[in-house]
Write a protein that binds this ligand. Sequence first.
Ligand code: FBP
Length: 549
Amino acid sequence: MQKSPLQIARASYQPKVPRSLRGPMKLEEGAPTHSVADQEEIKKLFPNTYGLPIINLVEGEAKEHPAINVGVILSGGQAPGGHNVIAGLFDGLKRLNPENKLYGFLGGPSGLIEGKYSELTADIIDQYRNTGGFDIIGSGRTKLEETWQFDNGIEVCRKLNIKAIVIIGGDDSNTNACVLAEYYLQKNAGIQVIGCPKTIDGDLKNEMIETSFGFDTACKVYSELIGNIQRDANSAKKYWHFIRLMGRSASHIALECALQTQPNICLVSEEVQAKNMTLNDIVDQIVKVIVHRADKGLNFGTILVPEGLIEFIPAMKKLIAELNDLLAKNAETFNALESDDEKRQFVKGVLSEESRAVYRDLPKGIAHQLTMDRDPHGNVQVSLIETEKMLIEMVAKKLAQLKAEGKYKGKFSALNHFFGYEGRCAIPSNFDADYCYSIGITASQLIVAGKTGYMSLVRNLTAPSDEWIAGGVPITMMMNMERRNGKMKPVIQKALVDLNGKPFKYFEAHRAEWADEHLSYVYPGPIQYYGPAEVCDLPTRTLMLEKGK
Ligand code: FBP
């Protein structure tokens, strides 16, 4: 297979790991933990995995370990670094006992249920070290929630003599990991389950998990592209670029990209919700900046739009919640309707009066997208909703009105972009390559120590990698009860942008200056893999600001 010079060079990159992971290790246990909310309910649902202590890995003595077989699953959307988690897990297991075996379940969680797997040998692992993508075994979004699925998993694991499963996924997949761990303990199945924090969205973070892997690389890729667009905008001086960024509900990606590139406008969904803004308020806010810049002869600019925006406009949020419930309850009737118009009429008939009015006023395309299939976790597929195009349409209309009233003399020519899939499989940055490899080694240690219901944890990430702290956090500690598919369910609490947090505060303090005529664009350029640490190893601005750096 032909490889690029960078692919060849990256194959021999040795990820940096914390000092504690370099030699033999031992586990130190802290105090018992509690879930972030709804403690009584979570405790009742997870009697065996609730309240476990936090674990730290420290240097220890070499010990002999009997050989074990482990299975690994990649779950959900791709995120740079997934292959390195698997490589770290593989190397960690082989170091503990060269007879240890690692099996990869193919195509995501369904591989476990259907018994589709392949053994991951050294030859295979070597081809995927420090590469982007999840293609080593593939990924999928099947939700593990039914007893028959768990029981199939037991049979498959027994056949392969698998003692532990590692699930690499986001908040929903790690919730599943915990449900599975609890079930296997209740059944005395002898199968441990360990989770790993993956998602470019950056919303799987909390007191213990400082960031999910993939966020760093994806944001750097998008920021490079945004920087390039800003330089183009500043050269041609004729387009407004509306750039929608992936990230599902939370605006972490948009905010991080704004911190890296200093665009003229960046919308933050969490702020829209907190200020109870309507779609019209958002349009007015954009128009104000465009008119102001036009007055100074600047008919160009950049606007970052988080993909989850629409869900955070309070009236829209209410509408989506109603749609989620009614689609879950009336799935059969709804799906039996043939035309889009019939579906629209049906929906209008069952919505509350307030939501009906919002639904009726939406552009048809957006209204249709809101009733399309949910993902297996019941989420609206926001990556399919073209919010940036809707905003361009609405802004153009408003500017035309202002022009007619003599209040706007500029020229508005807009281009739309959506950056998401471009960054999910990029070659992991040094940060993600090192972080993921360390997460993988840590998972191998949690497994041989017999732990289950834990997430592999590496923290202190703004310090040099030498000083990172590895260990495990009980997944139940991150849980609360939320409404999903019309029912209350235990789930890992999603981290949204904290409007009192330092990254948002920094953005808030500078955005007026970035919006104005003073050209403050920053051009981050491509990810650098080789060179000085201050260019190549820096974590995200979000993480640095959160840690007061
Ligand atoms: P995960 O939450 O599974 O990590 O997925 C992240 C993500 O890229 C979101 O940002 C996006 O909304 C979604 O996946 C897109 O899903 P799909 O890959 O199914 O199109």
